[in-house]
Ligand binder design. Structure first.
Ligand code: MSP
Length: 681
């Protein structure tokens, strides 16, 4: 689709000062397969997927590698317990990982398994190269081993005689003849590299940890096991197998096509390894040393992300704290899980996962902010413009408010790109939501329903609706790496062709977002089902255990829903007089009022409804003190189902009007006293 109205197309370029990369190769850690995928694994794969999709959107030739680490002792032991071969167990678990990544829309280009033929060949070749270069020698290992980490531990690493990362498991004493890698020879080169390349270890905190540890001194590490059978035979001594970490790290060069030199020359070195903070040592010290020893270039960046915890406890198989990401996605949708994790947790830091906070984010950001913007906009385009968007130019007929929306969007696009390049994924999303927030406000301020009543203001109405649809187009492109399904849904409902987030020089591409006006004139919208239907409060939320946000908007009407307008206000969904008659509005007198402890927006009111005494909870505390409420006559919905807010039953809802900017609120009261119980109609 071409944009005939736009004069100034721009080429897809990166922000100023950024190198335009011809290719972008990124990887995740490969997961152990002795347990099902959990939310921690999913978090990492989602973050990597967002980055991969962003790079495709930015026009980079992108290779995204993920996979499984299969030669672990845990696998061998579990397979033995189940009476099957390790490979059979791996095959079964790999199916579970692949299914999880499918449900979560992880768009990897290759799923590597360390049992793949090309990986086995690559590992053997790299070991041989390092041996020939003189960095592998024979020795005897006598020390501790943590099977969960697959890590050799010194006495000084132990805490109370146990592995600090897996305190519920016993460490094992290992004494065997094996081969060593001369890590100590790389201490100086590693230090120099990390100091000279601040981008090599990210974020900054991990870089400092790694530098400090290297400065403490490096010891040579064992790279083979003679008492383990499940693994890749060591090419220089086939009675031994390659130590699982040595094998696993090499997956990154296998994935770049090591066995096909031309392909490897194109993809290697990797641009970004995304790994958890627990394994930065392997990736920032051992891995670059292996590459140096093999004479291969080093990756550009290793990013050590934080951990997803539950009430502060680390999610982990061995500690039995797990959340099934597939079930979560099945219940809330893949986009909701992706959005929540990316928005809630600052990439690089730890974050706490909880269902109430997921539900809160979903309702606030997705259902209310984004979902409402789409529904309101499309409903109005259908109702007022017969479903057809007319391209009208801000410069020609717009005012300061129109220009402000365009400015907000353009600043957001710049911030988004800058944050994405810095891997600050949550702030990139926050930047997009500034467009969503401003567009919702723009509706309230422009009041298209009023413009629609005046034929002389038709062009103004068309401009407002164009700007809203254009804002949604930009949002769809920008969110496409994060919530690809919703982005597609917005695109389809806007009536656009193709897919948002395509690296194309048209309205689907990133470059087009930097300019206003790519939405084609004459676009016919196709309003569909809501993308994010609102989640009703759970019994726990009703009891006040979780977020009060949805409940507040229910109790206070306009107050809680500030900035959002009821659908009927726009005339989108008209109701009949009979439907209105079902709502019983009555005058009530406030007998007593008090603040609700722990909820700064809520007041508890005791009211007289004409001989009947009730209590209601209302989100008006920011606008009225308890004292000024007492004695007032107010209007309440008397036949509303009771709801619990912060554990207090609210038996009705008062009516109040909120200003467009949400900054002031006024109670609806009878113009002269009529007495409690009077009907309002
Ligand atoms: N097999 C090794 C990695 C080899 S990479 C050459 C491994 N596997 S793992 O299954 O234990 O972890 C896989 C990834 O998931 C790691 O990056 C790890 O940090 C990450 N996570 C595991 N639990 C996590 C959380 N609770 N939160 C976030 N990520 C965490 O280590």
């Amino acid at each position: 689709m071409t944009n005939t109205g736009n004069k100034n197309r721009i080429a897809a370029t990166r922000p100023q000062g950024e190198l335009t990369l011809a290719k972008f190769y990124l990887t995740t850690a490969i997961d152990y397969v002795n347990g099902e995928p959990h939310l921690g694994h999913a978090y990492e794969k989602i973050a990597a997927d967002v980055i991969a999709r962003y790079h495709r959107l930015a026009g980079d030739d992108t290779l995204f590698l993920t996979g499984t680490d299969e030669h672990s002792l845990n696998v061998a032991r579990r397979a033995h317990e189940e009476g099957i071969s390790p490979k059979e167990l791996c095959d079964r678990m790999v199916a579970a990982f692949k299914r999880a990544w499918e449900v979560l829309d992880i768009s990897y280009d290759r799923f590597i398994r360390t049992t793949d033929e090309d990986h086995i060949a690559t590992v053997k070749d790299i070991v041989r190269r390092i041996y020939e270069n003189g960095y592998i020698y024979q020795g005897t290992y006598a020390g501790w081993y943590c099977v969960s980490c697959e890590r050799f531990l010194n006495e000084s690493d132990l805490v109370d005689g146990r592995c600090p990362v897996h305190p519920t498991r016993n460490v094992e004493w290992v004494e065997e003849k094996n081969y060593y890698f001369a890590l100590s020879k790389f201490q100086e080169r590693l230090l120099q590299h990390i100091q000279a390349h601040p981008e090599f270890v990210q974020p900054e905190t991990r870089r400092n940890e790694v530098l400090n540890r290297i400065q403490e001194g490096l010891q040579d590490v064992s790279i083979s096991r003679s008492t383990v059978e499940w693994g890749i035979p060591l090419p220089i001594d086939e009675k031994q197998v390659v130590y699982v970490w040595f094998d696993a790290l090499i997956n990154y060069v296998t994935g770049a096509g090591y066995v096909e030199p031309e392909r490897f020359g194109y993809w290697w070195p990797a641009d970004l390894h995304i790994v958890g903070k627990d394994i930065t040592w392997f990736h920032c010290v051992i891995w670059p040393a292996i590459l140096m020893a093999a004479g291969l270039p080093l990756p550009k960046t290793v990013f050590g992300h934080g951990f997803i915890n539950i009430q502060g406890a680390r999610l982990s198989k061995s500690a039995g704290v797990v959340v099934d990401p597939v079930k979560l996605a099945e219940e809330y949708g893949s986009d909701a899980v992706r959005y929540y994790l990316m928005r809630e947790v600052s990439f690089g830091k730890d974050g706490d996962f909880s269902i109430p906070s997921l539900r809160e984010r979903y309702n606030a950001d997705l259902a209310n902010d984004l979902g409402n913007l789409l529904n309101r906009t499309l409903a109005m385009i259908e109702r007022f413009l017969g479903g057809v968007v007319r391209r009208r130019e801000v410069e020609r007929i717009g005012d300061e408010r129109d220009a402000a929306l365009v400015r907000t969007a353009q600043a957001a696009v710049r911030a988004y790109q800058e944050r994405m390049e810095a891997l600050d994924l949550s702030e990139a999303l926050a930047a997009v939501w500034t467009i969503v927030g401003d567009a919702n406000k723009y509706i309230d301020e422009k009041m298209p329903w009023a413009l629609a009543k005046d034929p002389a203001r038709r062009e103004q109405l068309e401009l407002v609706m164009y700007n809203l649809a254009e804002a949604l187009r930009v949002v769809a492109v920008l969110v496409s790496p994060f919530i690809p399904r919703a982005a597609r849904g917005i695109w389809q409902q806007l009536g656009l062709e193709g897919l948002p987030g395509a690296a194309t020089p048209d309205e689907a591409g990133l470059a087009s977002c930097r300019e206003w006006g790519w939405l084609p004139d004459g676009t016919q919208v196709k309003k569909g089902a809501p993308l994010f239907p609102r989640l009703e409060p759970t019994p726990a939320e009703d009891a006040g255990a979780a977020t009060p946000a949805p409940a507040v908007s229910q109790a206070a009407g306009g107050a809680g829903a500030a900035g959002k307008t009821d659908k009927t206000e726009e005339g989108a969904d008209l109701i009949s007089i009979e439907e209105f008659a079902r709502i019983e509005l009555r005058v009530a007198r406030v007998l007593a009022a008090e603040k609700v402890a722990g909820a700064d927006k809520l007041l508890r009111l005791e009211i007289d409804l004409g001989g009947e005494r009730r209590q209601i909870v209302a989100g008006i505390a920011r606008f009225y003190t308890p004292e000024e409420m007492v004695g007032k006559e107010i209007v309440v919905v008397a036949n509303l189902k009771p709801a619990k807010l912060r554990g207090i039953v609210s038996e009705g809802m008062l009516l109040a009007a909120t200003s467009a900017d949400g900054q002031s609120l006024a109670l609806v009261t009878p113009e002269r006293p009529v007495g409690p119980g009077a009907k309002v109609k």
